[in-house]
Design a protein around this ligand. Structure first.
Ligand code: NDP
Length: 285
């Protein structure tokens, strides 16, 4: 039976560390980090994420500025707000909650957020910096996964790491971070010929697919570390990962549950990026 990685506990310790650093920043330099969160429309899931981000800001001692815009907001109105925030010294980080309504081009919005305030690390400049290993911000979900792996004490160096999924926000940056830690990385996707064989080689297996219970216990090497990024809502309303927890937990040495694994880490890492932005933008590091 595996050890279950407690994402809530790891995320709490990251937030507590940030809270201490935020207090020091205030005491030493009189600086309070500020995060602007933009939400367009009234998608209930997005609303929950935005509220959680606000709560996390309060907890660690950041100022949060919420911009709730109506569904019919135009792309140029949104760009105008972003330009204002890019030039507002109180704001260290800007996050535009995705998905945006269909009439707004997400890429245009991402490309117009200042790379210095891009706490999601989605801007092409930050994506490039991650590629070359010289970055300030890491995308929140992959960065959270790295913290979870670190919490197990397992050293990534030289390990077979298999990432299932190649999205720009999870799979690709995830693979890069594992590579920077000297893992031997394989990236799988929907055209991979023998997913079971690829997964079975993994010492560290990351599932970021969006298909409920795709990875079963018989696809996992004995003793592997298994991180399940998947967050899939089933018809009965329950959340479910990409890994079949029951069978996988009989084989893995460490495994994340869904919920309570990767999910809580994403917001903690957003707080980390906001703190970094406050320091970098004000030349404090
Ligand atoms: P995307 O849909 O953007 O990407 C999914 C990837 O999985 C694609 O690369 C796709 O391949 C691959 N894929 C799909 N089906 C298969 C299959 N049968 N076998 C192998 N690969 C397959 O999803 P995201 O990366 O945005 O998200 C992945 C999951 O992670 C989702 O469940 C999402 O909800 C969750 N998530 C969780 C977060 C958290 O905070 N915990 C944050 C972000 C995402 P191809 O490229 O060939 O189409």
């Amino acid at each position: 039976m595996s050890n279950i990685i407690d994402g809530k506990a790891v995320s709490q310790s990251v937030k507590d560390r940030i809270k201490v650093e935020a207090a020091q920043l205030k005491e030493k330099y009189g600086v309070t980090a500020g995060l602007a969160v933009i939400i367009v429309g009234d998608d209930p899931a997005s609303r929950i994420y935005v509220n959680n981000k606000k709560k996390a800001c309060e907890y660690v001692g950041f100022d949060s500025y919420e911009y709730a815009l109506p569904e019919e907001t135009t792309e140029s109105e949104l760009l105008e707000l972003i330009s204002k925030l890019n030039n507002d010294d109180r704001i260290d980080g800007i996050l535009c909650q995705l998905p945006l309504p269909k009439h707004i081009d997400e890429n245009v919005i991402i490309n117009n957020i200042s790379p210095y305030k891009d706490v999601d690390a989605f801007h092409p400049v930050n994506v490039g910096k991650i590629m070359i290993g010289d970055y300030n911000f890491l995308p929140c979900t992959p960065a959270g996964v790295m913290e979870l792996i670190a919490s197990t004490g397992v050293d990534i160096k030289g390990k077979e790491c298999v990432v299932v999924g190649r999205s720009n926000i999870v799979g690709k940056p995830m693979s890069m971070l594992l590579l920077h830690k000297s893992g031997t990385v394989t990236i799988c996707h929907s055209k991979t010929k023998d997913l079971k064989a690829e997964c079975k080689r993994a010492d560290i297996l990351i599932a970021a697919v969006g298909v409920p219970n795709l990875i079963k216990g018989d696809m996992i090497k004995e003793g592997a570390v298994v991180i399940d990024v998947g967050m899939n809502r089933l018809d009965n309303g329950k959340l479910c990962g990409d890994v079949e927890f029951e069978s996988a937990s009989k084989v893995a040495s460490y495994i994340t549950p869904v919920p309570g694994g990767v999910g809580p880490m994403t917001i903690a890492m957003l707080m980390q990026n906001t703190l970094t932005a406050a320091k970098v933008n004000r030349n404090l590091i």
